[in-house]
Design a protein around this ligand. Structure first.
Ligand code: APR
Length: 170
């Protein structure tokens, strides 16, 4: 099942939440900052041990003080006009997180709108990629049973709802 949720991803009780991180994996603003604040200082230490993550890839840590088993730190592309591989890299973020979720036998996972904030990705294009990748994965694999698109504002939530309706109608 795919759900659109309006709220703070650090409040969700799911197996895994996805963090929209940067390549250094040492925290930042936006959802990265919120997750580090809520998970506590052990998260930063765990991220230091990992030592970074390439764009389009994912690294995993425990949830620490968050009510989740794992946090998947993925690094979305910075929008630079769309001709430098941004769509493929954003799709790879979702694909890599879903592949890791399969390996971890995850039942529920929540995604923020990766790259749609500080990284300035056009929201409608990012939402289309997010929904497409998740839907294709679920059609193929049938799990995770519960995927949440966690939005921080209503405009974002509306974009996901419209995109999901379009996919269902196809
Ligand atoms: N819960 C859910 N969504 C959130 C939260 C939150 N607590 N805080 C912000 N968001 C939303 C934003 O509104 C946006 O729609 O997450 C989406 C992604 O925005 P950013 O967090 O800015 O992430 P991104 O655009 O991928 O930029 C990543 O920002 O925080 C830094 O260290 C991070 O350098 C990296 C960059």
């Amino acid at each position: 099942m795919i759900e659109v949720h309006l709220g703070d991803i650090t409040r969700l009780h799911v197996d895994v939440i996805v963090n929209a991180a940067n390549q250094r994996l040492l925290g930042g603003g936006g959802v990265d900052g919120a997750i580090h604040r809520a998970a506590g200082p052990e998260l930063l230490e765990a991220c230091r041990q990992i030592g970074g993550c390439p764009v389009g890839d994912v690294r995993t840590t425990p949830g620490f003080r968050l009510p989740v088993k794992r946090i998947y730190h993925t690094v979305g592309p910075v929008w630079r006009g769309g001709n430098l591989g941004e769509p493929e890299l954003l799709a790879a973020c979702y694909r890599q997180c879903l592949a890791m979720a399969r390996r971890d036998n995850v039942h529920s996972i929540a995604f923020p709108a990766i790259s749609c904030g500080i990284y300035d990705y056009p929201r409608d294009q990012a939402v289309e990629i997010a929904v497409e990748e998740v839907q294709q994965h679920l059609d193929r694999e049938g799990s995770p049973r519960h995927v949440v698109f966690c939005c921080f504002d209503d405009d974002m939530a509306e974009l996901y709802r419209l995109q999901l309706d379009a996919v269902v109608r196809r």
